[in-house]
Design a protein around this ligand. Sequence first.
Ligand code: ADP
Ligand code: MG
Length: 368
Amino acid sequence: MASVELRNVWKIYGGKVQAVVDACWKCNDGEFFSILGPSGCGKSSTLRMIAGLEEITRGEILFDDVVVNKMPPSQRNIAMVFENWALYPNLTVYENIAFPLRVRNLPEKEIDRRVKNAAEFLGLENVLQMGVRRLSGGEMQRVSIGRAIVREPQVLIMDEPISHLDAGLRARMRDELKKQVERLGVTTLYITHDQVESMAMADRIAIMNLGRIQQVGTPLDIYYNPANEFVAGFIGEPPMNFAAAELLQEGDDFVIASPSFRFKLDDICKSNFLQYRGNSKLKLGVRPEDVCVSLTPLPNCFELPVDFVEPQGDRTIISLQMDKDQTFLAQVLGNLRPPVGQMVYVRFDQRHTHFFDVDSGENIFYNR
Ligand code: ADP
Ligand code: MG
């Protein structure tokens, strides 16, 4: 197993497409590290450079603190699992798993030992002699993992391995994959555009957008302490609400105001702003679960009309009508179902209210 580090890595295609811009991060030995971002943000380009399948335009890639830029892919000892599991349809499960070992001309006994170990590990002993065509999706995925791990790689790379599955199966596979990889303990780079997968599986996540790393952190860190507006909006479902707002000073108090709301900052939030010397125009961000809604007045609250109500059993999603056709979503307990059009009392949980710079989108109080 190995650590994988990127130092100021760039990928520029044809001298102009900047697919990866100055990437810097380190995945520790044995870590489950996810690269997360929308389609086209540079995830696969990053992986291909790590695997040695794509030239590095600039920067260094290190395995266990040794630069591997010039090392051919065959020597990097990386196994990859792709979205289309790319099994050989005419071969048995056994031969699919054995394939990379046959290519390497390993002795038959060693091949047999490793295939059987992998099959036992993945619960495939009973289907080893079956053709892969007859397998379920879950079994096919396990075969593709088996084929990757029999090589005893230093690093396991998975590029959107379950993205094409329907939602129910994806959730099951997610849990199963996580369990298997955890037992293996191998350094894993897991690529996905699905934030739910990253949040559920990864030890740490690197979030990318437009070729740039936005933030590297644990799932909780990224959720509660987003570095910028992109990260804040990309993580979480339903997504974070955003609104333009202004910081006002009224006597000893700080007030956050917009055409739709107005509230006083509590002591903790205020102490942050005491040091603040930036633009008084800000962007406020608050997650639906941090928007409190009540039918009776709350301290430091404001009033908004209900735009629609979506009961979801244990919880209700309430859409609140804001200025200029904008709405804010609130996620509240399922027994609260105010009628559409009713005015309700609203308050943001200030511990989890974020403020972003209107120009750069940076989280003003991001704590590194
Ligand atoms: P992701 O895996 O996050 O969807 P990719 O790394 O595949 O992103 O692509 C990042 C960007 O680089 C995209 O704009 C894509 O069109 C471009 N790109 C990828 N591969 C090539 C290539 N071989 N030649 C030119 N542009 C490419
Ligand atoms: Mg990709």
